[in-house]
Design a protein around this ligand. Structure first.
Ligand code: IMP
Ligand code: MG
Length: 175
């Protein structure tokens, strides 16, 4: 275990097993649709890689990088990297690492509909329900986590720890 990790919340084995379950669920849900996975950089990368291999359908993948901030009266997202493939009339599934306040996903969902997506849904590895400040929920959730700062498997603190194969709680001394 990494020296800055206080406790492992979700092991590598648990993540792999859950990806298989979610993959089956998604394969069934999207079997008669036109699936495009859109991963939000950078946190979703490990989850995207593992999850896509568990979906037994023809699909396309793309990535977006957004930074979200509060504007004067609404949440705005700045697009650092936009999608490259056309999503017009496609069924889009956003792949995210964690949903906390819900603001980032609220803005990204709106943005993808404005680009002509037929349907936009969300799969998130982690859900922190206690953090929510807007009415936004994921359609498919890997694991619920408590209101603690978690790292690993894509999730960072100051760009560090994304390469850990598990999800853990960061030690207070490391912050
Ligand atoms: P929100 O739902 O708009 O608050 O934003 C979610 C984003 O905040 C995620 O994509 C992460 O990048 C980041 N985030 C939220 N909670 C955590 C955490 O516990 N560890 C690492 N990043 C987090
Ligand atoms: Mg993120």
């Amino acid at each position: 275990m990494h020296k800055d990790v206080a406790e492992i919340l979700i092991s590598e084995e648990q993540i792999q097993a859950r990806c298989k379950e979610l993959g089956k669920e998604l394969t069934d849900y999207y079997k008669d649709k036109n699936l495009t996975l859109i991963g939000l950089l950078k946190g979703s990368v490990p989850f995207m890689v593992d999850l896509m291999k568990c979906i037994d359908l023809d699909l396309q993948i793309d990535f977006m990088d957004v930074s979200s901030y509060s504007g004067t009266d609404s949440q705005e997202v700045r697009i650092l990297k936009d999608v490259e493939c056309s999503i017009t009339d496609r069924d889009v599934l956003i792949v995210e690492d964690i949903i906390d306040t819900g603001k980032t996903l609220e803005a990204v969902v709106q943005l993808l509909y404005s680009k002509g997506a037929r349907n936009v849904k969300i799969v998130t590895l982690l859900d922190k329900p206690e953090g929510r400040t807007v009415n936004m929920n994921a359609d498919f959730v890997g694991f619920k986590v408590p209101n603690k700062f978690v790292i690993g498997y894509g999730l960072d603190y100051n760009q560090k720890y994304r390469n850990l194969p598990y999800v853990g709680v960061i030690k207070k001394e490391a912050i």
